[in-house]
Design a protein around this ligand. Structure first.
Ligand SMILES: [Zn+2]
Length: 311
């Protein structure tokens, strides 16, 4: 049975490190793939853009054009992280029980899609600016306010509008999986490596490294003290810092001979460190638990093997 534990100090914003034990590389890889391809998230998948010319009360004529073709606009909207809440149990658009009997054009209901509107226009004729930028934050939720684009994503630029231009659209977000399109993949930079411990074999020769005055990510000096009484470092974050530091005394550095393997890296059987970040549509802990769900739903045999969820 895979054991999963969040490494101390994580998640940091949308990034996380998770220590997995009592497992093997193929199981960890299955989790990696589930994170990329199987964890459902919301993404804008349909856009209705208004076409035409509008005359304002002050006589200003506005035209529905901007610098980007509609297809590119739709793609940019698709890539904006839409807040996703698994506990809301939205239905998939294609299989929504409310919409399944409807003709294609009428499909879509509060149970299977989240609706946004956007209404922006270029600068007024009498202002100095030549153009304005339309941002993700200009999307207004028509569904529940919980689906408002998150603060951290509101400054994603969508397009620009010059004087005399306007952009008016409705955007529909639906649940999907990364296996059918990248816009539905909630994670990036998913990788894993075997978990190691680091041992201090020769404190005197290790001075070759210690004398470089390197520090760990959290600001501790890399020296003999780090290794404690048992001359071993097991903490995942410190091990990763030490692995990086050891490049300074490795092959090609001219220090290899003096260092002489004074510190060694040893693998921990059946243990791995998985790291990734989400696009912010889901927090990384929720994404992991969803990936485990997807795996156990898919392979009933794995059900008993993969049951551990993060708290
Ligand atoms: Zn529906």
């Amino acid at each position: 049975m895979v054991k999963a534990e969040i490494v101390e100090g994580w998640p940091k914003e949308n990034s996380i490190r998770i220590a997995l034990s009592e497992t093997d590389a193929s199981q960890v890889n299955a989790i990696r793939r589930a994170l990329i391809s199987d964890v459902p998230k919301l993404a804008i998948t349909r856009v209705n853009i208004s076409q035409g010319v509008e005359e304002k009360d002050d006589g200003q004529i506005l035209e529905s054009v901007n610098v980007l073709p509609d297809e590119m606009l739709a793609h940019r909207l698709a890539m904006i992280p839409v807040p996703t809440y698994p506990e809301e149990k939205l239905d998939y658009f294609e299989t929504c029980p409310v919409c399944i009997e409807m003709v294609e054009a009428e499909k879509g209901c509060p149970q299977c899609q989240v609706l946004y509107s956007l209404n922006a226009q270029g600068p007024a004729p009498d202002v100095e600016e030549d153009y304005i930028t339309v941002y993700a934050g200009d999307l207004k939720t028509i569904s529940d306010p919980m689906y408002d684009i998150k603060e951290e994503h509101r400054r994603i630029p969508i397009t620009i509008l010059s004087k005399g231009q306007y952009l008016e659209l409705y955007a529909f977000a639906t649940l999907g999986r990364g296996s059918s399109h990248q816009k539905w993949s909630p994670v990036a930079g998913v990788g894993f490596s075997g978990r190691n411990i680091v041992k201090l074999n020769n404190a005197k020769k290790a001075e070759t490294l210690f004398s470089l005055n390197l520090k760990t990510t959290d600001g501790r000096d890399i020296n003999a003290k780090l290794f404690g009484k048992d001359k071993t470092v097991e903490d995942v974050n410190t091990v990763i810092d030490l692995e990086k530091a050891l490049h300074q005394v490795g092959p090609g550095t001219g220090r290899e001979a003096d260092f002489d393997g004074a510190i060694s890296i040893e693998p921990v059987d059946g243990s791995y460190v998985l790291s990734y970040e989400t696009d912010g549509s889901l927090d990384p802990v929720t994404a992991f638990n969803q990936a485990m769900n997807e795996l156990s739903n898919r392979f009933t045999g794995l059900n008993e093997e993969i049951t551990s969820a993060l708290k």
